[in-house]
Design a protein around this ligand. Structure first.
Ligand SMILES: Cc1ncc(C[n+]2csc(CCOP(=O)(O)OP(=O)(O)O)c2C)c(N)n1
Length: 618
């Protein structure tokens, strides 16, 4: 195995060029085998094997720097920088992260997880290098999907002014998680299929027969600032922006890429190298189903099928079904996703109502302001975005939706701990960032039926409103508790005395477990399902304060700005105050790992909660 001879960065340079393809095969085999067990981002990594090898062969790490956009495609980079053993525990608690982490290796120069940040970060690193009189190479690797995010253009706009070398590698596989969308994607696709420049170049060589004579002509066409150039040279969009464009180059041909990277390193400007790759390359199921193998669950290598049975229906499925039903009843209902038609469950809505569905690319800010426009125009938009990705659209929510009090529904999936994707993806801030915004209201369902009821309520609501629900299996207990949703009203699930648990969304199920243990130990214990995080139901809290000496709030969100803080603020005003305990996530980022382990680790599991309660009431 050649792969086993690679113990650290730059060891790849000892591999003879004729063995490069064998090494690429070994890397693919290794990734398929490991990810089939742990799960992970398979397709993007299989597509970037040769590209990563070519970069490592062209650069000197860790002196030179590679910034990986999103970072989900960095597995080969991890393999080539001494982290082979880490794949045993990839994305597990305490194990290796699925994304670049500076604390994991000095070959990871910048942490990522959310898309379209790499060019800005790379440009910053390049400027720092220049100011500190250093001379290493900085490369930002960005996918065509991530190039649909606005930040990438803000960065290129600034990179165009660069008078020193800065390399952007566009890893173009013609796919985001699903099909890529929009004008730039179409433009890239034209380059992919046209090969105009190469044809013309061939033509000039063939006509003049003499390469020495032909070269200056080809070069002057390249340099020409004329419309002729536009006709013959691909990548003019980038050249017109002020970047030097090189390519397109075959992203599975290592020697070709090394040649182009050498040329790119000579430029005294920002240069974009356009590399064409195939997502999932070398594993047929991933080539055929790139969306399914983008972020794969453990699977059977022979068949490509998931090795675990699908969980019972999850919240995304419920959202998906109810959206389709509501779409039928309400012709004004429109749905928006930012590059996640599968992940958010909106694919079915797209299939049923293609004219009322919008995939805007990885453009959360645009998605929200676009929804505000749709609402101002008289429609009823539902924007479905994961909790952590919606963080980027804070100003759009505030400035474009909430100041004008526009009726936009925010369906916030993956709220709470998400598990193996780690810090960048945990949805643990949405209650805080949303509840600080006037006119915004927030709900969280206790079970799958309540999600359905809340979505119907939200679609009928005359202002901005959000529903946040977690990843994974939808809770199907408490079916009998199905009082209609009333604005700002919570519900009693058990009404006793002494201790009351006031739980938000996913924490209701945990509260049932806590109550059961407390009851077995002889305590009285009530449960309130909060339903609304904003506004809080002060009436029910007042009532509870009269009959309970301890109020315990429970939420899967950080403390600051969360539900517990609001409840405490209210109770503090009362003359007769009960004791209050806020169960929240700590003021910290939560790493990757199995959600049950993480819950214990951060202290929101039933056992920890009940111990804390007992310590207070004893
Ligand atoms: C802000 C943000 N929104 C959504 C995502 C989810 N996401 C992860 S990768 C990806 C697609 C990236 O496509 P591309 O850049 O082309 O990389 P590929 O996987 O095709 O190599 C998306 C939408 C994200 N990471 N960040």
């Amino acid at each position: 195995m050649i792969l086993e001879t690679i113990e650290k960065e730059n060891d790849i340079k000892k591999v003879a060029p004729e063995k490069w393809n064998i090494l690429a095969d070994e890397i693919r085999e290794f990734l398929i085998e490991k990810i089939s067990v742990t799960g992970g981002h398979l397709g993007s990594n299989l597509g970037a094997v040769e590209l990563t090898m070519a970069l490592h062969l062209s650069l000197d790490l860790p002196n030179d720097k590679i910034v990986w956009d999103v970072g989900h495609q960095s597995y080969t980079h991890k393999l080539l920088t001494g982290r082979r053993a880490g794949f045993e525990n990839l994305r597990k608690y305490g194990g290796m992260s699925g994304f670049p982490k500076r604390k994991e290796s000095d070959c990871d120069c910048f942490d990522t997880g959310h898309s379209s940040t790499s060019i800005s970060a790379g440009l910053g690193l390049a400027k720092a290098r220049d100011i500190m009189n250093q001379d290493h190479t900085i490369v930002s690797v960005i996918g065509d999907g991530s190039l649909t995010g606005g930040m990438a253009y803000e960065a290129m706009n600034n990179a165009a002014r660069s008078k020193s070398n800065f390399i952007i590698v566009l890893n173009d596989n013609n796919m985001s998680i699903s099909e890529n969308v929009g004008g730039v994607s179409k433009y890239l696709n034209n380059i992919r299929t046209a090969d105009k420049y190469l044809d013309i170049k061939e033509g000039i060589y063939n006509t003049l027969k003499d390469k020495k004579m032909a070269d200056p002509i080809v070069e002057s066409i390249r340099r020409a600032k004329s419309s002729v150039k536009r006709l013959v040279i691909p990548g003019m969009l980038f050249e017109d922006m002020g970047l030097t464009y090189l390519g397109p180059v075959d992203g599975h041909n290592i020697s070709d890429m090394i040649r182009v990277f050498k040329e790119a390193k000579r430029c005294k400007s920002a240069v974009l190298v356009h590399v064409m790759t195939q997502k999932g390359k070398g594993f047929l199921p991933a080539e055929r189903h790139p969306a399914r193998f983008h972020g794969a669950e453990p699977f059977d290598i022979e068949t490509g099928l998931p090795s675990h049975k699908k969980e019972k229906s999850n919240y995304t499925d419920v959202f998906s079904t109810v959206m389709c039903k509501l779409g039928d009843r309400n012709e004004k209902l429109v749905a928006i996703t930012a590059a996640m038609p599968d992940g958010t469950g909106l694919k079915r809505f797209r299939n049923m109502y293609p004219d009322r569905f919008f995939d805007v690319g990885i453009a959360e800010e645009h998605a929200v302001t676009f929804a505000a426009g749709l609402a101002a125009g008289g429609l009823k938009p539902v924007v479905a975005i994961y909790s952590s990705f919606l963080q980027r659209a804070y100003d759009q929510i505030l400035h474009d939706v909430c100041i004008q009090n526009l009726p936009v529904v925010f369906a916030i999936d993956r709220a709470g701990l998400v598990g193996s994707d780690g810090e960048t993806h945990q949805g643990i801030f949405d209650l805080s960032y949303l509840s600080s915004i006037p006119n915004m209201y927030i709900m969280a369902p206790k079970n799958k039926w309540e999600l359905s009821d809340m979505l119907k309520f939200a679609v009928g609501f005359e202002g901005p409103i959000a529903i946040r629900y977690p990843r994974g299996e939808a809770y199907d207990g408490l079916k009998e508790y199905r009082e209609p949703i009333r604005f700002g009203r919570a519900e009693w699930l058990y009404q006793e005395k002494d201790i009351v648990l006031v739980a938000v969304g996913s924490m209701v199920k945990t509260a049932l477990g806590v109550r059961e243990t407390l009851k077995a130990k002889g305590y009285n214990c009530s449960i309130i399902n909060a339903r609304f995080v904003k506004p809080i139901d002060t009436e029910i809290l007042y009532q509870a304060s009269k009959t309970h000496s301890l109020i315990v709030t429970m939420e899967e969100n950080v403390a600051s700005g969360g539900f517990g803080e609001k409840v405490r603020e209210y109770l503090d005003q009362l003359v007769e105050k009960p004791q209050i305990l806020n169960i929240t996530l700590p003021d910290d980022y939560v790493e990757h790992g199995n959600v049950d382990i993480l819950r214990k680790e951060v202290g929101i599991d039933a056992e920890t909660i009940q111990n804390r309660i007992e310590a207070l009431v004893k």
